[in-house]
Ligand binder design. Structure first.
Ligand SMILES: [Fe+2]
Length: 393
């Protein structure tokens, strides 16, 4: 069988991330109050969208969209689909959209190579021009939308009302802006043995390549383990780490996610900042809950840095106070911290990341991170032997 040449176009950046949630307006307000986003665009009854509401928020180049049905499932096909999705997964990431240079070519190549079509190439038009979009299904019930915006002068998408930037969001009166810049990477959790097939999907359908990988010989604690492979487009503008659980004495956090989410899905969204101390200080002031890190981690870090060829310019005492993690190699370092899950189910969480000549993913911190997650699992009663926890085992 002939296969289409991939990549069939350029992946420029993450465009937006759309969540399907139970109550979009309240989800929007959570991210405004805690994460410092501002309202950006809206589609709903007032704009003529009779079955679906979408609230879009923005901070620098990070755009998040929250959608909910407006009608009972019995009265609308889209409401039925969204309600079923919500019943299975809870609030979660539905669509990871990429800005591309040729949505139709990328879509066609993906589908010719076996990707499942969700939306054929469609041109959305208003007085500011047109946007071409097309979507395919990736892992679980998650989709990718390819967004081609070169012919559009508007701010988001046709069909949306743009919310004036000059409108002051009341929370801006309490804390300064957070400085979250853009999506650095989005991690997808898979079930047992699913990492390689999913990575193959990105390679064969989208023309991505393996950027980095680590297996359970590195990614483990005394109790649990996982493997991870990072897939990236040819220009490495978009990075999609893919995780799977590995055998350990207790249930892997990846397995816990899959059990609670009802399948594969987006586990965490990493947001980039150039001043993590400022960002995390302000997020803590706004009440964001982060995973704790023991002081012993920083004692150990100081010893390792004493012999390192690089210098961390941030004050380690301040990083320790804020519980920010440090990973480094011979050339540079990164600073990162992880929130607790932002849903009631232990599913989606966020990473805040600052990079200083380091394009890694914090492998040196995995053990500390996993031990911190395991403490949370212990509190949830899910740090049990694999498949002893009776959810879809
Ligand atoms: Fe990450």
């Amino acid at each position: 069988m002939m296969t289409a040449q991939v990549p069939a176009g350029k992946f420029i950046a993450f465009d937006y991330v759309e969540f399907w949630v139970g109550n979009a307006v309240q989800a929007r307000d959570y991210y405004i109050s805690r994460f410092g986003f501002k309202p950006y665009a809206f589609k709903g009854l007032e704009t003529g969208s009779k079955e679906l509401v979408t609230h879009v928020i923005r901070q620098n180049n990070t755009i998040l969209a929250f959608s909910s049905p407006l009608l009972p499932a019995s009265k609308s096909a889209i409401a039925k689909e969204m309600t079923a999705h919500h019943a299975e997964h809870g609030d979660g990431v539905k669509d990871i959209a990429f800005t591309v240079d040729n949505a139709e070519a990328i879509y066609k190549a993906a589908v010719e190579n076996g990707a499942i079509s969700v939306r054929e190439p469609t041109v959305l038009t208003d007085e500011l021009g047109s946007v071409k979009i097309a979507s395919v299904r990736t892992y679980g019930e998650t989709i990718h939308t390819f967004v081609e915006r070169a012919e559009y002068k508007g701010k988001f998408l046709p069909g949306f009302r743009i919310i004036e930037e000059s409108i002051v969001e009341p929370f801006e009166n309490f804390t300064p802006s957070l400085g979250l810049l853009y999506v650095d990477h989005i991690v997808g959790n898979q079930g047992w043995g699913e990492m390689t097939p999913v990575c193959d999907w990105y390679e064969q359908k989208l023309g991505f390549h393996k950027f980095w990988s680590v297996d359970d010989s590195v990614m483990h604690t005394e109790f649990s383990a996982l493997s991870s492979t990072v897939m990236a487009d040819s220009e490495e503008n978009v990075k999609m780490p893919i995780n799977e659980p590995a055998k350990g004495k207790k249930m892997s956090q990846i397995e816990e996610f899959v059990n609670f989410y009802g399948g594969a899905g987006a586990q965490h969204i990493a947001l980039r900042t150039e001043d993590i101390i400022h960002t995390v200080t302000q997020m803590r002031a706004r009440g964001v809950a982060f995973l704790p890190t023991p002081d012993s981690y920083y004692d150990n870090l100081r010893k390792r840095l004493a012999h390192a060829p690089i210098t961390v310019k941030e004050d380690i005492d301040v990083l320790q106070k804020l519980k920010i993690l440090v990973d480094f190699d011979d050339k540079g370092y990164l600073l990162q911290i992880f929130t607790k899950p932002v849903e009631d189910r232990p599913t989606l969480f966020y990473e805040i990341i600052q990079r200083a000549n380091n394009s890694g993913f914090g492998a040196g911190n995995f053990k500390a991170l996993f031990e911190s997650i395991e403490q949370e699992q212990e509190r949830r009663g899910t740090l049990v032997e694999t498949c002893d926890y009776k959810i879809q085992c």
